[in-house]
Design a protein around this ligand. Structure first.
Ligand SMILES: Nc1nc2c(ncn2[C@@H]2O[C@H](COP(=O)(O)OP(=O)(O)OP(=O)(O)O)[C@@H](O)[C@H]2O)c(=O)[nH]1
Ligand SMILES: [Mg+2]
Length: 388
């Protein structure tokens, strides 16, 4: 502050009026890293108010009078105290009006510089940040990702928004684990169960998988349902089994499960539908675990709705881990307006992603998960994606 005021005096003369001073902590990079601090002083030689600077009669005020200027200097502790201000003489109404006006401008400037803090970023990164927020990525994660892109992008590329976005896409792709499709070895039955909360699309996804493996890939597929809580649930799966012409077993106790799997053991793929469970219902989750262990499931895919909130997605994945989940299927991606909510779960690598579903049509609205594809959909929005 001492140095800044000395600069004011040198540049504008001892009569200069100091209108505003403040210390700015310039933080590097979105305010995440500490930076150096600066002093901002706004002073004018034209406003006729008594100077707050200590008097220095040797400097000629007339010679140095100029327009209002901002002077910035690195902050350092003042080596000597500044002399106390002189008592203020009365100012005319005209000058008082000018001061009020200037104070308003200064206040505006301060507001502007505060809100414009993120503008310190290269424009392309600022745009990337706002794109991520629009894509429903939470603010903390958006900052983290933009910072990562900043660190990993050579200076020459930083001005190009397309390159910057492509770099973010590559970073995200490398962070997302995918499981690939269910691997079927002819003659060796593979048991695959779908579990998850209620109404997320387990039965519909089983029907899509069954139709694709049976009708398109010509595999021998069988179905088991342990959803005996609702009569309609059994009938729903039976309808699909009849249409696709598949054998189906209904199981109501863990003991029956072993027999049901045994009966279908000559097939290539046994798909198992389960009742939707609340992730908070410990008892039902344990019950499900008993069914799955009796079945000797090779794969347990957790089905989650893509329109769920990020916290719900992560917590549900944690709760269902107790039943031995091996992959995650994301459904209803067609219903979401933005899919940034999926990123925390996907980046956690808690479970690799196996399938994505994007509509109610059986068997078409399903695809094998692909990291590049899901990243593209997250970054560009579902509507920009082909067919979603
Ligand atoms: N838009 C859209 N709807 C879907 C998708 N997958 C399933 N649905 C719909 O979601 C609703 C519930 O689907 P189900 O397959 O019965 O869900 P579930 O998980 O088996 O439900 P419970 O057995 O009751 O736990 C149905 O209306 C489906 O048509 C999808 O990818 N997109
Ligand atoms: Mg169901």
């Amino acid at each position: 502050m001492y140095e800044a005021l000395a600069l004011v005096r040198r540049e504008l003369g001892p009569e200069a009026a100091v209108l505003h001073t403040r210390e700015i902590r310039r933080r590097r990079w979105f305010g995440l890293a500490p930076g150096r601090s600066e002093i901002e002083v706004i002073a004018s030689a034209e406003v006729n108010v008594p100077s707050r600077l200590p008097a220095r009669p040797s400097i000629a005020a007339e010679a140095l009078a100029g327009t209002t200027r901002r002077v910035a200097a690195p902050a350092r502790p003042a080596p000597t105290p500044i002399a106390p201000p002189q008592p203020r003489p009365r100012v005319s109404t005209h000058v008082q009006g000018q001061i009020t006006n200037l104070q308003g401008m200064v206040a505006d400037l301060c507001r502007h510089s505060r809100t414009g803090k993120q503008r310190d970023l290269p424009d392309s990164l600022f745009r990337l940040f706002t794109d991520l927020i629009e894509a429903d990525v939470n603010e903390k994660l958006a900052r983290e990702l933009v910072e990562k892109v900043h660190e990993e992008t050579p200076d020459g590329e930083l001005a190009d928004p397309v390159m910057v976005k492509a770099r973010l896409a590559r970073i995200l792709e490398s962070e997302i684990a995918v499981a690939g499709p269910i691997g079927v070895t002819p003659g060796r039955h593979r048991v695959v169960a779908l579990v998850g909360p209620t109404g997320v699309g387990k039965t519909t996804t089983i029907a899509k998988l069954a139709a694709n493996y049976r009708l398109k890939m010509r595999q021998n597929v069988g179905l088991i349902t342990v959803d005996t809580y609702r009569i309609a649930a059994v009938e729903q799966l039976r309808t699909y089994a009849d249409i696709i012409d598949l054998p189906m077993q209904v199981v109501s106790t863990p003991r029956e499960m072993r027999e049901a799997v045994h009966r279908l053991s000559g097939l290539d793929l046994i798909l198992m539908d389960t009742a939707g469970r609340s992730p908070r219902d410990e008892i039902k989750i344990q019950e499900l675990r008993a069914f799955l262990s009796e079945a000797g499931a090779d794969e347990v895919h957790l089905v989650l709705s893509g329109v769920a909130g990020e916290r719900t997605l992560e917590q549900t994945a944690k709760r269902f881990a107790a039943v031995g989940t091996t992959a995650v299927i994301l459904t209803k991606l067609d219903e979401a307006s933005a899919l940034g909510n999926l990123l925390p779960l996907l980046r956690s690598r808690m479970l690799p992603l196996s399938y994505l579903t994007n509509g109610q049509n059986v068997p078409d609205d399903i695809e094998t998960a692909d990291a590049a594809r899901i990243v593209q959909v997250i970054l560009s929005g579902p509507s920009a994606s082909n067919g979603w």
